[in-house]
Design a protein around this ligand. Structure first.
Ligand SMILES: Nc1nc2c(c(=O)[nH]1)N[C@H]1C(S)=C(S)[C@@H](COP(=O)(O)OP(=O)(O)OC[C@H]3O[C@@H](n4cnc5c(=O)[nH]c(N)nc54)[C@H](O)[C@@H]3O)O[C@H]1N2
Ligand SMILES: Nc1nc2c(c(=O)[nH]1)N[C@H]1C(S)=C(S)[C@@H](COP(=O)(O)OP(=O)(O)OC[C@H]3O[C@@H](n4cnc5c(=O)[nH]c(N)nc54)[C@H](O)[C@@H]3O)O[C@H]1N2
Ligand code: SF4
Ligand SMILES: [Mo]
Length: 745
């Protein structure tokens, strides 16, 4: 007997709706759901491999607990007993900051990851929080925080309506898009061209995306902030700056003009290796396009001037009048967003409210740099306690963060470590307790994060496609029990966590004059919530209080969980619409064009005008059939062109006496790796490229397939000292390396 069930794909940010075929409790096939309101049937090779990802025999089935130095299968009760016994003494003896929390990328792809980690951090009261954001998009949060007063207010390019798209350091043909949720990104780029629009791509590699472009600018890695500053300069210089309807919402336009005056196209050309005419042409095209959207991603964030580049992306959107207008870059409005408050001054965005203990890195958005995790564990200072216990949820920093070898040793020295992870991998192998979440088919799904970054407002929810296997525990329950065990309430009913959140949220809402439930009785409202369990009731509450919600009966045709369950393929909430000044939470109530921390960082950018990399620099790359460090164990997604090789330009290869397929040694500040070279002119001269997430050759893991073709860990080339100072984001691109040929092993 076979049946089908719907499941939103969790394997990238595109959030496609899938139709799963289920035979005898196992997922045997995945197709695109043609009726999905957002993805309309699109699926990529990764989504098609959902059954293999879900059914990977190496996924852990039971918790593991370390006994006499060895990880052994255990019951859930034993695992949570061990957690309470392991964490509490550390908190009580050394204080809350001695317990670190590490959150990895899949937390934005699970309901559990959205709903529980904030409570874990608050419950512990720890400031030792490290997440994948500081090896990714933290610069964008910081620039949004400074410009708009809200680190979460990230404008999204209006892909389906724009006339001109400028993509900077993004390769959506492989990544399927990021901070821009758009099922079938490739199809949407082709549609842009088909309707006569223009695509410009800035990338040191001629990627599949760059091949689609009308103009490809192969910038020198790490210099985008200079290039964008010169583009903004040109808009002022040629009287092309025309914010139009945005003008009343702007503060600091004249100061911005003055601040950019040194960044002429001629001044930046040498550093960027882009001629001044190209930069002027880019500025003129942006200004002339009826609508245009500027968008930057990994290549613009994971670089020394990541925050400045991210800021300049929006500066260009603003100067050309394209922020907050259809066809430009707009702020989505998700169904679970908070009730919009009336426009006006807000509390603003603060940076550096505290600092890391060892290198004194400022916090950003409550986080410390993931690059600093190892030193926060292994270095003793006069001030404060090192991190002695670690709770890792859905993260593999041994591969995804700089200097994995040092982190490997640091993790080994911890008093206690917990991993919530389906795999025994490079990171979780150090844990004292491993808590495995069920595979995705057994988990419910709603995209709390990505709906706030989607190119169309829409809402979807899928219940588990297959019931939990015997012995499994839902990840929501795992995290709720983990919170209780780690905060001194071990053994309490896990639903108490959800009840607490619901009571607090409703208690606040009834006191908020802008809330649709102002003045009502929170107990009555809690009684109205529907859902089969705590997480569903919380989703119901958020939907009903949200901008499209039924307000608990105030707007009878508004959203609720029940309404959503009646629409299994989702509910479309329309195209992105202008929202300013609504999203602004700066103290001035305006867009702050030249915030003080940005102005203070400009001298560092000015100094970069004279920098010239004389040797090779390293950049990353992603492959369509991969996802960071954790899909290399699925045979259907490895092999072919998805290999860990060093891309090298033919002229560099010749100079170094390297031939295609030959092994090369790559050396960086943090170490060296040896791997095959692939000679290709898809990288520009002076640039080599290595994918991340590889290096599956450490002992004590259970990744049978990945270990056969382990690849090397690119992040071993980094020593963790290179950061964007404003955001604490790791510099992963534009890193100096040396390459030399070696005899094949
Ligand atoms: N050099 C270089 N390094 C990079 C990058 C780069 O471009 N270049 N990219 C960076 C970026 S953008 C990111 S986001 C980070 C990612 O860094 P991480 O978040 O550390 O890495 P992932 O490989 O995504 O691993 C996540 C972990 O989650 C586990 N997992 C998978 N599904 C689930 C689930 O449903 N629940 C739970 N609890 N766990 C799950 C996996 O087994 C894996 O151990 O890497 C960064 N590192
Ligand atoms: N298939 C697949 N999809 C993924 C992932 C994956 O690992 N595999 N990871 C997911 C995650 S966690 C994220 S954050 C997103 C990332 O999504 P994207 O940002 O689209 O990802 P990348 O493919 O790394 O594209 C970054 C591009 O920046 C270029 N680049 C490097 N340095 C510079 C520079 O200094 N300047 C400029 N202008 N460009 C530069 C690189 O050559 C590369 O082509 O992808 C997500 N989707
Ligand atoms: S594009 Fe992303 S969300 Fe869509 S099927 Fe592929 S991996 Fe899944
Ligand atoms: Mo990421």
């Amino acid at each position: 007997m076979s049946r089908t069930a719907l499941r939103i794909c969790p394997l990238c940010e595109a959030t496609c709706g899938l139709t799963l075929t289920i035979e005898e409790g196992k997922v045997t096939r995945a197709r695109g759901d043609r009726d999905d309101v957002f993805s309309q049937g699109f699926i990529c090779p990764k989504g098609a491999a959902f059954p293999a990802v879900d059914g990977d025999p190496d996924r852990l089935r039971t918790p593991l607990v370390r006994v006499d130095g060895e990880l052994r299968e255990a019951t859930w009760e034993e695992a949570f007993d061990a957690i309470a016994a392991g964490i509490r003494p550390v908190v009580e003896r050394y204080g809350p900051n001695s317990v670190g929390v590490v959150l990895g990328n899949p937390n934005v792809h699970t309901m559990a990851g959205a709903l529980y980690p904030p409570l874990l951090i608050a419950g512990l009261g720890t400031r030792s929080l490290f997440t994948a954001s500081t090896v990714d998009q933290m610069p964008k949060h910081v620039s949004s925080g400074l410009l708009f007063g809200d680190a979460g207010a990230i404008p999204v390019p209006d892909l389906d309506h724009t006339d001109y798209l400028l993509l900077i350091g993004a390769n959506p043909l492989e990544s399927n898009g990021s901070l821009c949720t758009a099922p079938d990104f490739p199809g949407r780029l082709k549609a842009l061209k088909a309707r006569g629009g223009t695509l410009t791509v800035i990338d040191p590699r001629r990627t599949r995306t760059a091949r689609l472009a009308d103009r490809h600018i192969a910038v020198r890695p790490g210099t985008d902030a200079l290039l964008l500053a010169a583009t903004a300069y040109t808009l002022f210089d040629e009287d092309l700056a025309a914010p139009g309807a945005l003008t009343p919402h702007l503060h600091g336009l004249d100061e911005l003009r003055v601040a950019l005056r040194d960044f002429t196209p001629e001044a930046v050309a040498g550093a960027c290796d882009v001629d001044a005419d190209t930069i002027r042409a880019l500025a003129r095209e942006l200004a002339a396009a009826p609508t245009a959207a500027v968008y930057g991603r990994i290549g613009s964030c994971t670089v020394p001037h990541g925050t400045l580049a991210s800021w300049l992306v929006d500066v260009l959107n603003i100067l050309t009048g394209n922020l907050d207008r259809p066809g430009g870059a707009l702020f989505p409005q998700a169904a679970t967003d908070k009730t919009p408050r009336p426009a006006g001054p807000g509390r603003g965005f603060a940076l550096g409210r505290w600092h890391s203990r060892v290198s004194r890195h400022p916090e950003a958005k409550g986080e410390l740099p993931l690059s600093a995790l190892a030193e926060e564990i292994d270095t003793v200072t006069d001030e404060g306690e090192p991190v002695r216990a670690l709770i890792v949820v859905a993260a593999n920093p041994v591969l995804s963060a700089p200097d994995g070898n040092r982190l490997d040793q640091a993790l080994d020295a911890l008093d206690f470590m917990i991993s919530v992870d389906p795999y025994l991998n490079e990171t979780s192998r150090h844990a004292h307790v491993v808590l495995p979440p069920p595979p995705p088919a057994q988990s419910p799904h709603h995209d709390f994060a990505f709906n706030t970054l989607a190119i169309r407002n829409q809402v979807r929810y899928t219940r588990p496609a297959v019931p939990l296997e015997p012995g499994r525990m839902a990840e929501t329950e795992i995290l709720a029990r983990l919170i209780l065990a780690a905060t001194g309430m071990h053994g309490a009913d896990p639903s108490a966590v959800d009840t607490l959140v619901i009571d607090q949220t409703l208690g606040k809402a009834v006191k908020d004059p802008n809330s649709p439930v102002h003045g009502r009785d929170p107990k009555e409202l809690a009684g109205l919530l529907t859902g089969e369990n705590g997480p569903e009731r919380r989703l119901d509450m958020m939907l009903r209080l949200g901008p499209y919600g039924d307000g608990f009966g105030v707007r009878p045709d508004g959203l609720s969980l029940a309404r959503l369950l009646d629409h299994p393929h989702g509910i479309d909430l329309g195209p992105l619409r202008p929202r300013l000044p609504g999203p602004l939470k700066t103290r001035s109530g305006k867009v702050e064009l030249l915030p003080e921390p940005i102005a203070a960082d400009l001298p560092r950018l000015r100094a970069a005008l004279d920098e010239r990399a004389d040797g090779l620099v390293l950049v990353g790359r992603r492959h369509l059939r991969s996802n960071n460090s954790w899909l290399h164990n699925v045979p259907a997604l490895t092999g072919g062109s998805n290999r860990c090789t060093l891309h090298l330009h033919p002229e560099d290869a010749e100079r170094l006496d390297v031939r295609d397929g030959m092994h090369v040694r790559v050396k960086g500040a943090g170490g060296e790796v040896t791997l095959p070279a692939e000679v290709t002119d898809s990288v520009r001269r002076g640039v080599v490229s290595l994918p991340h997430g590889w290096g599956h050759d450490r002992p004590g893991t259970r990744l049978g397939h990945a270990a056969k073709e382990p690849g090397v860990n690119v992040n071993q080339l980094l020593d963790g000292s290179l950061l964007d100072p404003l955001s604490g984001n790791a510099v992963l691109n534009g890193v100096p390396v040396q390459v030399s040929p070696v005899a094949a092993p």
